[in-house]
Design a protein around this ligand. Structure first.
Ligand code: DC
Length: 210
């Protein structure tokens, strides 16, 4: 069983993916961490994020044991990830790893931007999680303030807007809902309500799969 969860930054897709995987006893992969790690490794070698060949090489050499690095969770790492993620050679280098992860028993949940469209187009269940930009920015702002980051809501909103634009407009595997995905708008939901709604969607899909 493969569950694909896609959506923009701060939509709640990562938390949802983790909760769904725990609920079902499935493995979970936050694929954004792969792109974040590639950007980290490029910068650590003193190279430019705009060097596609170097970034692709970093992607081919990625060490998945380093994905729990707390630095990868910073907003800067997310932005840097979005830059290297536009390169087809980087995306190609990360494809086999993601597909191998998806192909496990009893099931896997993967979250990202292109799981339902490119990585696992045959996923059994696809959910595209959205929320209004203002709500996503407020969530991210509160999360950063709790961590002691002196950001402003305006800055967080602008950073998310630019990241959405970059992820949606790249030529290769842009962020978009697969035509057969269920949409889950979490604008007016807290995480418990979003989880209940996602479980409802999954149950309906499973019933239809027979
Ligand atoms: O989900 P995230 O915020 O950790 O992702 C960071 C960036 O990585 C995101 O802005 C675009 C890129 N990404 C991607 O292109 N495809 C994915 N499947 C996951 C992330």
């Amino acid at each position: 069983m493969i569950i694909a969860i896609d959506g923009p930054a701060a939509s709640g897709k990562g938390t949802l993916a983790r909760l769904i995987a725990e609920h079902l006893g499935y493995a979970c992969l936050d694929t954004g961490l792969l792109y974040r790690a590639v950007a980290r490794d490029v910068l650590a070698r003193g190279q430019s994020l705009e060097d596609e060949e170097f970034a692709a090489q970093a992607a081919r050499m990625i060490d998945t044991a380093t994905l729990d690095d707390p630095e990868l969770r910073s907003p800067g790492a997310g932005d840097a990830a979005s830059v290297v993620a536009k390169f087809p050679a980087v995306r190609q280098a990360l494809l086999a790893l993601q597909r191998a992860f998806a192909d496990q028993s009893p099931g896997a949940v993967l979250d990202g931007r292109d799981i339902g469209t490119v990585v696992c187009p045959d996923a059994d269940i696809k959910i595209f999680v959205t929320a209004d930009l203002a709500v996503r920015a407020q969530r991210r702002f509160e999360e950063l303030r709790r961590r002691g980051d002196p950001v402003t809501l305006e800055a967080v909103t602008e950073i998310l807007r630019l990241r959405d634009e970059r992820d949606q407009s790249r030529a290769d595997a842009p962020m978009r809902a697969a035509s057969d995905a269920d949409l889950l708008d979490t604008t007016e939901m807290d995480i418990e309500a979003a989880f209940d709604a996602a479980v409802g969607l999954i149950k309906r899909r499973i019933a239809r799969l027979g």
